[in-house]
Design a protein. Structure first.
Lengths: 136, 379
């Protein structure tokens, strides 16, 4: 299975070879999707962990015992509504109905709770106003 | 009863003209006859805000010292025409650099309107009268001479609805078309659209003053691919892509609220343009024409998955409802042109006319009649 997690670690835990241990000890294929490390003051990683569910569970426990905070990743779509012209091109491609445009005002509406992060809006917006955010 | 342009303009000058948007007059027509509408209303404003690829701008950069005959020109790295004298160019909306295909001519035009500086680099062979061979500098709307928006084909009268019966997703100028007819996209303001409210162009011709991207511009010719031969529905409305207008206006007066550079995935750059056209109610026929409703405007359904076959028809009331039934399937519909913006434009044009800031012009030359489209043969 593949699990995406956000790993936040304080400054004092940053010295441990975390990724090395994940690979070596728990047999996990680790992909670093995003890294935001503030030298000497800890940081945040978005990791994709690929292994069987037991190993992933053990690895997550190991990280937590090592003093880092591990939370499942939630990806979030957002768009710049100040630049949006409400053309509706994104609603055409949106399979979940999170993006919609209709009477009476024909202004673009976005309901994030319906969004399945398929990313079709990112390619469909002619003004390129959509982006994907990693939130924890 | 009939009414002349001069009578309407006299009322506009006195602040007494009755102006409605095409949507308002369509609603009014539910309870009033064309004759009654003609008696009450002087002008109807129409508008559209959609992707119009056949657009562009003429720029004149001014001469450097020593001067250069610019034969190859790039603006922000985008190659533009070097085929106009020494320091003129035409920036086509769809001009782009293949290295960076998401930024093109339309974005340059928008950036200029937004007051941004653009990098100009140009090369010439060097002549006795233009000795310089290369220049690299920055320009903005403040530094250059003319900046004229000049769009050869805008505001299509109706447009085919796009869907895709194939089994793969298509990325087109009609947006993302999902396989197996999962969606359909349309691009017309319907009952608010300019050329659908005067389908024979009785009042729209060379010299018609219009709203263009935030300022007053003009219809300067029939648009390219001007096609009078599309079949009419029972309400006299051409179905599919029919007539078009060519327009011009001063870029310095424009606003990016009504003009945007855009990029359609795997297709390329295009430009969203906002256009508003006033229709003078000269007689009962025009009052009848502007009363048209979405349910009375049909358009063809075009299958982009199979060589752009026309496979059916649908009306704008169905399209606006969010879905329509076709070949036993409910198809999700979505617009590509912004009705939200089009309504803003129609309202602004209405206000300009009511305040006496915008008078109507009779066409200097009417649009052509009897035209049809030629294809392109291979040799």
């Amino acid at each position: 299975m593949v699990k995406k997690v956000v790993v936040s670690f304080p400054a004092d835990s940053a010295s441990r070879p975390l990724i090395y241990e994940l690979i070596k000890k728990y047999d996990i294929k680790v992909s670093i999707i995003k890294a935001d490390i503030d030298g000497g003051r800890g940081g945040k990683l978005v990791l994709e962990l690929d292994s069987d569910s037991d190993h992933i569970r053990q690895a997550v426990n190991f990280m937590k015992e090592s003093g880092v905070d591990v939370t499942p990743l939630e990806k979030k779509i957002s768009y710049d509504d100040t630049k949006c012209v409400s053309c509706g091109a994104c609603t055409s491609a949106c399979p979940s109905g999170a993006l919609s445009i209709s009477a009476p005002d024909w202004k673009l509406k976005f309901q994030p709770d319906k969004c399945v992060v398929c990313k079709l809006c990112i390619v469909s917006c002619p003004l390129k106003l959509f982006k994907i955010e990693f939130a924890d | 009863m009939t009414r002349s342009y001069e009578e309407i303009n006299e009322k506009i000058r006195k602040g007494k003209a009755v102006v409605l948007t095409a949507e308002q007059v369509s609603e009014m027509a539910r309870t009033m006859s064309a004759k009654e509408i003609l008696e009450k209303v002087d002008v109807v404003t129409t508008a559209t805000f959609g992707a119009m690829c056949s657009s562009g701008a003429f720029l004149n950069f001014g001469h450097a010292n020593p001067p250069i005959r610019m034969e190859r020109i790039e603006l922000n790295g985008v190659p533009v025409s070097g085929g106009l004298a020494a320091v003129d160019t035409f920036v086509g909306a769809t001009d782009c650099n293949v290295q960076n295909p998401t930024y093109g001519g339309a974005h340059i035009i928008q950036d200029l309107i937004d007051g941004k500086e653009i990098t100009l680099e140009a090369w010439g062979k060097g002549t006795d009268c233009y000795p310089r061979k290369h220049i690299k500098t920055t320009i903005s709307l403040e530094t250059i001479n003319e900046a004229i928006l000049c769009n050869p084909r805008n505001a299509y009268q109706n447009y085919n609805v796009a869907l895709n019966t194939s089994d793969r997703t298509l990325y087109t100028y009609m947006g993302t078309l999902l396989p197996h007819m999962k969606n359909a996209s349309y691009s017309s303001a319907g009952e608010l659209s300019p050329l659908l409210n005067d389908p024979e162009c009785r009042t729209i011709g060379l010299g018609t003053r219009i709203f263009l991207a935030g300022t007053q511009g003009y219809v300067t010719w029939n648009g390219t691919q001007f096609n009078c031969s599309k079949p009419l529905n029972e309400n006299g409305v051409p179905m599919g892509n029919a007539r078009t207008i060519a327009v011009m206006g001063e870029m310095r007066e424009m606003s990016s609220e009504f003009l945007r550079g855009a990029y359609f995935e795997k297709y390329g750059v295009t430009m969203y343009v906002g256009i508003g056209v006033p229709i003078p109610l000269l007689d009962e026929d025009l009052a009848h024409r502007v009363s048209i409703r979405n349910s009375q405007i049909d358009t063809f359904i075009e299958d982009y998955g199979h060589e752009c076959d026309l496979i059916g028809k649908v009306n704008y009331e169905q399209l606006r409802s969010g879905e329509f039934e076709f070949m036993g399937k409910k198809i999700h519909t979505a617009p590509l042109s912004s009705l939200y913006k089009a309504r803003k434009i129609a309202a602004i044009l209405k206000e300009w006319i009511e305040k006496g800031q915008f008078e109507l012009t009779a066409p200097v030359r009417p649009m052509p009649t009897g035209t049809s489209l030629k294809g392109l043969k291979e040799i």
